[in-house]
Ligand binder design. Structure first.
Ligand SMILES: *[C@@H]1O[C@H](CO)[C@@H](O)[C@H](O)[C@H]1NC(C)=O
Ligand SMILES: *[C@@H]1O[C@H](CO)[C@@H](O)[C@H](O)[C@H]1NC(C)=O
Length: 347
């Protein structure tokens, strides 16, 4: 079956593949282009060989992909946006995150980076810092939660702590339930938040491929009394970090209160529908219908960490974004609502 052959691929090819990967690559450099598919959630990638090693993003030429505009398949330009070292093909090879454009050079529908970048430019003197906690669920290639018994439900498991080292601002990676994991990315300034989180998601999916498991970012992959998966975001500006910054934090929270429904619409890729299954209003998850700020309260939609309340400066945490949110859309909404002066519309 297809499943059996997939498992076979991920288990067998690793050893054979090493032999080819270890061949000397000479002066050449392999550049892997990564981009968001037109559905806005999946990631695609393809690799090209260059006869020089790019030093900056400006050295990377555009490429193209087949995408969809207004329901038709067309060729769409891939515009390189940021570059990382490649932990799979190793130095000097590169991973390049790209924006997808239409042939008119306007951003594709799935491309939220373009407008996010414009807003981040406008507010750059506020030095907006973000941190995001990506929760995800590991499934076997059969779609069953990884590590769960074939039939029935597991007993709660102990606490594991795996640390990943890589080239991005990633903190650590741990298991807090029988199936749910998380890693934290940040602090990142401005557009870097979306760039780094999307690239870490790519690393996650590629690593899982090697181990024959599948990571899903579905906010509620198992129906029933299991925790959902979110992507909490920490937010601060230079004003919030300064002495007495709590005043700016409170102001931002008041602005967020007025736009609760608008924010919920951009906190998952389906206009709030995915998050409905997760934000059910219980001890750990706020209700999707309420805006509930609180100090050191995990059930609140917006949380002021205890230490921040004590120090009267720092940051706040918005616990509403779903695990499958687009971090460009989330940071952009955050910047528009809390950091722009005047009432610019969300979208
Ligand atoms: C966000 O803030 C919380 C509360 O202080 C902290 O535990 C968490 O590590 C922070 N996460 C990120 C990604 O910055
Ligand atoms: C997880 O590992 C990291 C890195 O070794 C360490 O700093 C952190 O304290 C550990 N967390 C727990 C809860 O054990």
């Amino acid at each position: 079956s297809e499943t059996a052959s997939l498992v076979g691929c991920s288990r067998l090819n690793k050893f054979l593949r090493e032999r080819y990967l270890n061949l000397p690559q000479g002066e050449f450099c392999q550049v892997t282009y990564v981009w968001i598919a037109y559905c806005g959630m999946d990631l695609c990638y393809k690799t090209r060989t260059m006869d020089f090693t790019p030093k900056t993003i400006a050295d990377i030429p555009e490429w193209d992909t087949i995408g969809q505009t207004e329901g038709f398949s067309t060729e769409m330009p891939l515009a390189p946006a940021c570059m990382f070292r490649d932990p799979f093909l190793l130095d000097p090879n590169k991973l390049v995150f790209c924006e997808v454009l239409k042939n008119t050079r306007e951003p594709a529908e799935s491309n939220h980076r373009n407008s996010c970048n414009k807003i981040m430019e406008k507010i750059k003197e506020l030095h907006p810092w973000f941190g995001m906690e990506q929760e995800y669920t590991l499934l076997g290639v059969d779609g069953h939660p990884f590590g769960w018994p074939r039939l029935g439900f597991p007993k709660p498991q102990g606490y594991l702590n795996v640390t990943m080292s890589c080239y991005i601002h990633i903190i650590h990676n741990f298991l807090f339930g029988p199936q749910t994991w998380e890693f934290q990315v940040g602090p990142c300034e401005g557009i870097e938040m979306g760039d780094h989180l999307w690239m870490v998601r790519f690393l996650l999916h590629r690593v899982c491929e090697d181990f024959g498991v599948v990571a899903t970012l579905d906010p509620k992959p198992m129906t029933g009394d299991w925790d959902g998966a979110g992507c909490h975001i920490n937010v601060s500006t230079v004003q919030m970090r300064a002495e007495g910054g709590i005043e700016h934090i409170n102001k931002a929270i008041e602005k967020l209160r007025k736009r609760h429904a608008e924010h919920i619409r951009v906190y998952d890729p389906n206009g709030g529908e995915d998050n409905k299954r997760r934000l059910i209003g219980c001890q750990v998850f706020s209700s999707i219908n309420d805006f509930s700020p609180g100090v050191a309260n995990r059930g609140a939609s917006i949380r002021i960490p205890y230490r921040v309340a004590q120090n009267k400066c720092g940051y706040f945490e918005d616990r509403r974004p779903a695990a499958n949110c687009d971090p460009y859309a989330v940071t952009c909404a955050m910047a528009r609502t809390c950091m722009l002066e005047g009432e610019e519309e969300l979208k």
